[in-house]
Write a protein that binds this ligand. Structure first.
Ligand code: SF4
Length: 284
């Protein structure tokens, strides 16, 4: 059996930087305790469990306002997905020590949205309903309309910007943008797929061509892992499994597999990928 690896793959700079900031916080004797995290730092249970074991308290990331209000004092970590200004200001007002690990790519999307709103624009945001990045953006203003690719859009004004979540499948974004531009020629477009997402999806598409199956290593809740799976299946028509640990290999039938392609999500620790590769070598 041949194993093909997509390059690049695995942990992105945004996630690595967020983890790094929290490790520093845990080591710093000046850190105000207890330490809370507003939702999961990234969508990866292994990483989040490790932080919990080190004493970080994970708060409900859905009802963010309620979560912040429940904290009497301490340090609050905002996750890589970002929060709205309202949530940030609430934590400030409560006198909490804030550690903001929002990825710079997400912050850039916030800045574009805020600038355009200040110029009188309405915003269409293409994202996953309920995802923390989407919720953070929607919380910026009531002039933002969440859309999916069903093209169900309320009437739009002359000054409208269409912008998107950073980790969506890039082909899906390109297709939707083309359709919307045809229907509303005056609309402005800002494709905010981050470069880590784009490069991982491009590499996965190249490496999975001709493979019998593909393995995406990462957490089932991770949007960038789900996007990798979707891009590979829809563009290359290769059966793709999203696997979280080495144990998941047991449920896959390798009997007729000559070539397996492997990639991993932007929040997947390298140790997990290495363990899966070691196990796969035994199937050769
Ligand atoms: S996937 Fe992109 S947006 Fe998300 S943390 Fe990584 S670099 Fe940032």
């Amino acid at each position: 059996m041949i194993i093909k690896f997509a390059v690049p793959q695995g942990m992105c700079g945004g996630v690595a930087s967020a983890i790094n900031q929290i490790e520093k916080l845990l080591q710093d004797p000046q850190t105000v305790k207890p330490i809370y995290m507003l939702g999961s730092l990234v969508h990866n249970k292994i990483i989040v469990n490790q932080f919990q074991e080190q004493g970080i308290i994970i708060l409900d990331g859905v009802n963010k306002e309620e979560s912040i209000n429940s904290i009497p004092f301490g340090t609050i970590i905002f996750t890589a997905h970002g929060v709205s200004d309202k949530i940030y200001d609430l934590a400030l007002k409560k006198g909490l020590k804030i550690v903001d690990t929002t990825c710079p790519n997400v912050l850039k999307t916030h800045e574009i949205v805020k600038k355009k709103i200040s110029e009188g624009y309405d915003i269409l945001f293409f994202g996953i309903k309920g995802h923390p990045e989407t919720e953070g953006i929607l919380g910026l203003s009531n002039k933002i309309q969440l859309i999916d690719d069903s093209m169900k859009i309320s009437p739009i004004s002359k000054k409208t910007l269409l912008i998107n979540q950073t980790t969506l499948p890039f082909k899906q974004v390109q297709t939707l943008y083309k359709k919307i531009k045809n229907k509303y020629p005056l609309i402005e477009l800002a494709d905010e797929i981050c470069s880590a997402t784009y490069q991982r999806q491009k590499a996965a598409l190249e490496q999975t061509k001709g493979a019998d199956i593909c393995l995406v290593v990462g957490d089932i809740m991770s949007n960038n892992c789900q996007s990798l799976k979707q891009v590979i299946e829809s563009e290359n028509n290769v059966k793709t499994y999203l696997i979280e640990t080495v144990n998941d290999l047991k449920s896959i039938d390798f009997s007729n597999v000559n070539t397996v392609a492997l990639t991993s999500g932007a929040s997947t620790p390298k140790t997990i990928v290495d363990a899966i590769i070691n196990e796969l070598e035994k199937y050769k």
